[in-house]
Design a protein around this ligand. Structure first.
Ligand code: NAD
Length: 366
């Protein structure tokens, strides 16, 4: 049986509550003989600050670097609003992304038929939706230099951010998108603003050349980012994999997320380069939602985004696609049976707790 090293970083607020449900699933998968999981646990965010005065300790960073994958809950909350900027809870997540060099952010937007009513769009537009947004995560305007506010001396100031991409950054994110598409419906939509941005012209050229050279079997289309935003709410089912830069990806993935209803349903993955020697890639999996301080400690959190993040981990880091499919089918079955946490209540009469939702998914795993 294969052995995988997992680091669990539950974090703050509802993070530990939803991570407990993932631990149950991992225990069940081990008992079923799917794989052996060597589990380490660490602190991140406010809980790490309370324990060590840092948003993540050096020893937990070492564990993250040594792990086959990291599962991350959520960080932050009003308790830590006043802590120094460089040790604020979010700094732990940014450090992980930076040190693990996680350049590709994968956000699936899946609309389970049972939840189609929770979307702000009409049922026929979102029911059965299954798209994947691949966002470049470590480059572009959020990191480009110069990045500053300068005083022009005449009562005016100038704010400057720099959008910058090199060929290799576009190529490596393009590869992630094309490889994913091959395992899905074989279509990639690349998005930029080549009509007004030089970085968009280069993005378009590099993706087109990469496609021609290595991925001609995959369908490729290009859409301007503003037009794609419109298409996402007009007819999202036309898309399979969307690949885009850091800034546009930030916005387009939030639009796609809302097509599906609740924050409590959305998993994500952040991936690094494949190591040429070990053939493994660094990876961190986390729900899209935050620490939800308003419901923390009440047993109300929806664990589906966190459990869905584990399913992504099994599929993309451990090659256990069939087990991931089983988890996702169990989630769909639970929803089809009408079981709901408070955030996805809709017209349901009763709601169940975080732990009861985890147990219901487990019961359908076999
Ligand atoms: P949030 O995602 O924590 O909560 C937004 C709303 O969605 C809340 O009403 C919350 O109760 C609800 N919600 C979120 N996840 C849910 C779940 N699993 N089940 C049921 N309901 C859920 O966003 P926020 O309120 O803007 O931020 C709260 C804290 O989380 C802040 O400190 C913020 O900085 C932090 N945050 C962290 C991350 C992260 O760790 N990656 C991401 C976003 C926000």
């Amino acid at each position: 049986m294969a052995t995988y090293k997992l680091l669990l970083l539950p974090g703050d607020g509802i993070g530990p509550e939803v991570m407990s449900e993932v631990e149950k699933v991992l225990a069940r998968l081990s008992a079923m003989g799917v794989a052996k999981f060597e589990i380490e646990r660490g602190l991140v965010g406010g809980s790490a600050y309370d324990a060590h005065g840092q948003s993540i300790s050096e020893s937990d960073m070492k564990l993250a670097l040594a792990a086959d994958a990291v599962l991350f809950g959520a960080v932050g909350g009003p308790k830590w609003d006043g802590v120094p900027y460089d040790v604020r809870p979010e700094a732990g997540l940014l450090r992980l992304r930076k040190d693990l060099q996680l350049f590709a952010n994968l956000r699936p937007a899946i609309c389970y038929p049972a939840l189609a009513e929770a979307s702000s769009l009409k049922r026929e537009i979102v029911e059965g939706l299954d798209i994947m947004i691949v966002r470049e995560l470590t480059g572009g305007v959020y990191f480009g230099e110069p990045k500053q506010i300068i005083d022009l001396g005449n009562g005016q100031k100038r704010g400057i951010d720099t959008q910058v991409y090199d060929t290799y950054e576009i190529e490596r994110i393009g590869r992630v998108a094309f490889e994913l598409a091959r395992k899905r419906r074989n279509k990639v939509t690349s998005s930029e603003k080549r009509n007004v941005m030089k970085s968009g012209v280069l993005w378009n050229e590099v993706i087109t050349a990469l496609h021609k050279r290595d991925y001609a079997d995959v369908e490729l289309e290009h859409q301007l980012a503003d037009s794609l935003a419109m298409q996402l709410v007009r007819w999202p089912k036309q898309f399979d994999v969307i690949v885009t830069d850091n800034l546009f990806g930030d916005m387009l993935s939030d639009i796609a997320a809302m097509l599906t209803g609740s924050l409590g349903m959305l998993p994500s993955a952040s991936l690094g380069e494949v190591d040429k020697v070990t053939d493994k890639r660094r990876a961190l999996y986390e729900p899209v939602h935050g620490s939800a301080p308003d419901i923390a400690g009440k047993g109300m959190a929806n664990p589906i985004a966190m459990i869905g993040s584990l399913a992504m981990c099994l599929r993309y880091s451990f090659g256990l696609g069939e087990t991931a499919d089983r988890i996702e089918t169990a989630i769909a079955d639970v929803l089809a049976a009408g079981l709901r946490t408070a955030d996805i209540k809709g017209d349901a009469k009763d709601v169940i707790s975080t732990a009861a939702m985890g147990d219901a998914i487990l019961a359908r795993l076999g």
